[in-house]
Design a protein around this ligand. Structure first.
Ligand SMILES: Cc1ncc(COP(=O)(O)O)c(C=O)c1O
Length: 406
């Protein structure tokens, strides 16, 4: 039996989730006092609203606290979140910034990445991973991913290293931590810092250690649909490197640590205290919500194992996968997607076009032949509905439809 998790008492611990038997998908939303009923027949690929509905009391209290406090940029609320999130990641420091893209960019700038440099990135990722490199004036150098884990294939990194390489960005894609041991062999050999793009993996673990503390620095996105999502844009940089965090603290705040003293040409990129307050509430539920995602993923795997048309995602040993997405591969992905939509099952594509095939990167002239796994994946991957709000009935409906349509 798989049942969706209701908020319960966070202090009760994530191993004893409170359970509820009613569907949390069908919700009435009040927008400008005009209520509308969500379509009960559709299970969307992802849904940020249930987390508000579930924690409304605590979130509204956080909103009133910040509004009444009168501090709307930087300040104690943000610092409290930063301390709590660093602690949750097993790292010493955290800085909240405007979004995940800027978290990555500021981390790279903190390592001194600039024009003329090259940075190794996975070929199969959201384009933001690449844009962060480009916005530093550097060149993203793609390396293919593993067909089993969807993550950077550590065995292919070395041949992409040149004298210009300044850093390796890894992405814990879909919630699955990267093979850090393999990455560390290469990064140590060439003295390259490793920056984790942990935007899809809040709370995931590798070898018992949390993402965010695996590399030299990590960038997180708090986009609303992430495992830890704000109610607007948000991001954070996490590290245990004191001098790096000092540089980034200046970079996120106009290049200044002391008012009107500007040591570098910085940015304005700060996480709003309001979003920090919301994230403090949601952080207390992250572990139990990740456990629910694991239950949903296990149910999908058990339910679709016999359907030969699907290639199902495989976890590896020694990791705690947090299932930001449950991604199947299917040779007739697009028609399958349409059939599922007709059955009221929403799906998503992560990602149909690799960054190097977008107009934004046409000038790099990257050959598709060099990246065969990414080329295959972009035509076959399909993300099934995922989230801690899914009920057992939802999961059963998705499985039934996916079996019928395969
Ligand atoms: C892997 C990855 N990197 C970076 C980002 C960028 O985060 P944001 O949307 O907060 O800028 C995202 C978010 O979608 C992401 O999934």
């Amino acid at each position: 039996m798989f049942l969706a998790i209701s908020p319960g008492n966070p202090s009760a611990g994530s191993s004893h989730p409170t359970r509820t038997t009613h569907s949390t998908i069908a919700t009435t939303v009040t927008n400008s006092n005009v209520p509308y009923e969500r379509d009960r027949r559709t299970i969307p690929a992802y849904d940020a609203l249930p987390s508000y509905r579930t924690l409304q009391g605590e979130l509204d209290a956080a909103y009133h606290r910040v509004m009444a406090g009168g501090m709307y940029v930087l300040g104690a609320e943000l610092e409290a979140f930063e301390a709590e999130f660093a602690n949750a990641c097993g790292a010493l420091f955290c800085l909240g910034v405007a979004n995940g893209l800027e978290a990555l960019q500021l981390a790279l700038l903190g390592f001194g990445v600039g024009p003329g440099d090259e940075v190794i990135v996975p070929a199969h990722t959201f384009i933001a991973t690449w844009l962060a490199v480009s916005h530093c004036g550097a060149r993203p150098v793609p390396v293919d991913v593993s067909e089993t884990t969807f993550n950077l294939d550590a065995s292919l990194i070395e041949e992409a290293v040149t004298p210009r390489t300044r850093a390796i960005v890894i992405v814990h894609l879909y919630g699955q931590p990267v093979d850090m041991d393999g990455i560390r062999v290469v990064s140590t050999r060439y003295g390259l810092p490793v920056i984790e793009d942990a935007s899809q993996a809040h709370g995931a673990k590798y070898g018992g250690r949390c993402v965010g503390s695996l590399g030299d620095a990590a960038a997180f996105s708090f986009y609303p649909t992430k495992n830890l999502g704000a109610f607007g844009d948000g991001g954070a940089i996490v590290t245990s490197d004191a001098s790096l965090i000092e540089r980034i603290a200046s970079l996120r705040n106009y290049g200044s640590r002391t008012k009107y003293e500007h040591t570098v040409r910085g940015h304005n990129s700060r996480l709003d205290p309001l979003q920090a307050a919301f994230l403090r509430v949601k952080l207390r539920y992250l572990d139990r919500w990740n456990l629910r995602r694991q239950e949903v993923a296990a149910a999908y795997t058990a339910g679709l194992r016999e359907s030969a048309a699907y290639r199902l995602p495989a976890g590896t040993n020694d990791i705690f996968h947090v299932w930001h997405q449950y991604v199947v591969q299917h040779l007739r992905r697009d028609s399958l997607r349409e059939l599922l939509a007709e059955r009221g099952i929403g799906t998503a594509l992560h990602y149909p076009t690799p960054p190097y095939r977008t107009a934004a990167y046409a000038d790099l002239g990257i050959s598709e032949r060099m990246l065969p796994v990414t080329e295959r994946l972009c035509g076959t991957v399909l993300s099934l509905p995922m989230g801690p709000h899914l009920t057992d009935q939802d999961v059963a409906r998705v499985i039934e439809a996916a079996r019928d349509c395969s």
